[in-house]
Unconditional design. Structure first.
Lengths: 425, 425
């Protein structure tokens, strides 16, 4: 393999996680070790910024800021939900791809890393294929990122362990709180977490039980299984009869038997055409209060769960950093068209995490859901197989500096490189 | 003052906080130092348990469990919302008071400590007055507790510093997250926090700005000021024009000019006859989306905020413990009919916290709101005077043990003492 000399471009895409910047730090710090990589650039706000030739000079950043990315939430380079969509908008997509290669070639980009979820891996795949088609020598590697944990072939997705650690901590704390107020009247608390079609996030809160069946959460509603109101109400009643209270966790995307989302607000669509969801917990609250006459409160953790760096998993952060490092190593060694994956090695009884490579073509448009046999027969709780899988992902606490009682996160200076092209038409 | 020998009864009331158990630990550990205090008992689920003669033998608990109360959320003894209500239910209240003294005398209770908010201080006051009237020698001291921070005469209320630390951390993290996704389209995120009539909790999130006007939160809606839709929408628009995103924090109890609660669900009342509130953020979201066509997400922190021990303030916890200790010291020294208050001493440039005593008669039914001159002229943000007040309350991080990636909290064994009376009729 001949050494490929040139510049590196890294960008972040989609919803941020607590560890998306750890992957960025992995890319940047590893890139600094390779002489063939000349300049290190970052796309501002993902592919959208690259199309606008809006590019950050990362070599201009302080080393301690890059180090601080390991414990800083959100997307330090900025992110976007823009997608080069060959299916729905083929003409725009073709124009975008032309423009993208104009920008990449103008700045001699030979290494391209995109940190993101399913859609971003699809984008990386398209860019890799296009580079091959154009005979443009460039190495493209996808770095996995999604709290949804729905990418195939990787043991887990960076971001997932941290969202589970925060959500399980929160459900445990809320559970103790509500349990301490439990009197004969009974009460119910419904906590809504993210997860549009995969229930990994909701399922992860089962760790709050710490192996004790009586501990909350008592019911976890997963988008993988149809919501059945009568069975649900019977389970709530059974739980309140036993414990005087019931903690329910619900994934935002749960659907009834006819496939209608319980909490969908169909009046709004996001930029990908998905309906904006916000109301599963409120909908369930109305059902529980109306049918069982049970005092019910809700919590909707929203963006707080994916941004909760203060409660991030060290295991998750370490794996996220390793994915960034591995992407650069693979590219320098000559690979292109792969996504880095996390591999679990449990051969010696203790868990060791390594990384591997999976062709990007295997990733795009494949959604990894929770296996049915990882869920209890009645569908209301993940079982021991799930717990065995998820428990190691939340281990270890990330260290971060404090200032006046609040975490002290870093921010990039984001000085821009000079534009060489006319504005995007 | 003659020494009063006898037993001690402590109970917890109302909504838990992250530090209500620190106050309990303060009572218990201080009580152990005084020979005149013979047995240490806890009321299970507040006054309700005491009426049912449902009493926990605290001397049966392990010392390390008592120590662990300093970092354990929720009400370790159990709590209730039951109120001896002389105004609305005078006959029931008179029967309750007779029963209460039956229980107190059957177990030779000479020291009574009730840890709670406004309603509980009122209950303590009534019990103190009744003891005097009956010629029953007993020392009654109220220990302050409320995340709402609305008790008068105390610098702050135990529980408040911790809820502010967690909420400000959360708003800061969500703010960085949403800011990192900010593109030309603009977006809005509305975070609902607790606070029915006092806006202290919502106001506290201003600390997330860390003195930078451009930092989120950009708008804080306080229940103290009437909600004006047009001015609010203009402020959101102005903020999005400047920053491409807008973070709004709203106290659950905000009201419009005619006094109607924006998020009230009037179909449900809690056991005190208050309407159950849950929807201010959702209501505002509909307004922002409908009038400004701006993508808007919400978060509703609910009970998570008051239970968030993992992000509690060491200053708050230390003060809460000191309040418990001070209550016992005052009672042993002969005082009765007081609430312990927290006193801020800033005489040497650094802040020192001490405790004092305030007659319970000064506390009941007085609600301490944010002074108008601590809020900006346009009403959308607390000003520097508020920041100076609130900032010291979130300082310091509470230490707690971890187990498998989750905090390891304690629970009391709660062995009950033998009942001596017939069941409550």
């Amino acid at each position: 393999m001949t050494e490929l000399a040139g510049n590196l471009l890294v960008a972040q895409s989609g919803g941020p996680t607590a560890v998306i910047n750890a992957s960025l730090a992995g890319v940047i710090q590893e890139a600094g070790k390779h002489e063939c990589i000349e300049e290190i650039y970052g796309g501002a706000n993902g592919i959208l910024g690259i199309l606008n030739e809006d590019i950050i000079d990362i070599n201009d950043e302080k080393a301690k800021t890059i180090e601080g990315l390991k414990y800083t939430p959100a997307a330090a380079l900025g992110t976007c939900r823009y997608k080069i969509d060959f299916k729905k908008k083929p003409e725009q997509a073709a124009r975008d791809m032309d423009r993208l290669f104009e920008v990449l070639q103008a700045h001699n980009i030979r290494y391209f890393f995109y940190i993101g979820g399913n859609d971003s891996q699809d984008t990386s795949h398209k860019i890799h294929e296009e580079a091959v088609k154009r005979g443009c020598e460039m190495r493209v590697i996808g770095v996995p990122k999604t709290i949804d944990n729905d990418l195939p072939h990787t043991d887990n997705c960076p971001g997932y362990g941290s969202v589970v650690k925060y959500n399980a901590t929160t459900v445990m704390e809320v559970g103790i709180d509500v349990g301490s107020m439990a009197t004969d009247d009974g009460s119910c608390c419904i906590i809504e977490v993210m997860g549009r079609s995969a229930g990994w996030i909701a399922a992860g809160t089962v760790l709050a039980k710490r192996g004790q069946p009586a501990n909350p959460p008592h019911i976890i509603l997963l988008p993988e299984l149809p919501f059945e109101e009568e069975k649900f109400l019977a389970k709530v009643k059974e739980t309140v009869d036993a414990h005087h209270y019931c903690i329910v966790v619900v994934g935002e995307g749960i659907k009834n038997a006819s496939g209608h989302e319980v909490g969908a607000d169909k009046t709004r669509l996001d930029s990908f055409g998905h309906p904006v969801l916000a109301g599963a917990a409120e909908e369930l609250k109305e059902i529980v209060q109306g049918k069982l006459d049970l005092k019910t409160r809700t919590a909707l953790l929203g963006y707080a769960q994916r941004a909760a760096e203060h409660c991030a998993s060290l295991t998750d952060s370490t794996n996220a950093f390793a994915c960034g490092e591995a992407a650069v190593k693979a590219a320098v060694a000559g690979s292109s068209g792969y996504m880095v994956k996390i591999v679990r090695d449990q051969s010696n009884g203790t868990i060791r995490w390594t990384t591997g490579l999976q062709p990007l073509g295997d990733i795009a448009n494949v959604e990894h859901l929770i296996p049915r046999d990882w869920i209890s027969e009645d569908g209301f709780l993940p079982n021991e197989k799930f717990v065995e899988y998820a428990r190691p992902l939340i281990e270890g606490e990330l260290k971060y500096p404090m200032d006046g009682g609040l975490p002290k996160y870093v921010a990039l200076d984001k000085s821009r490189i000079e534009k060489k092209l006319a504005p995007r038409s």
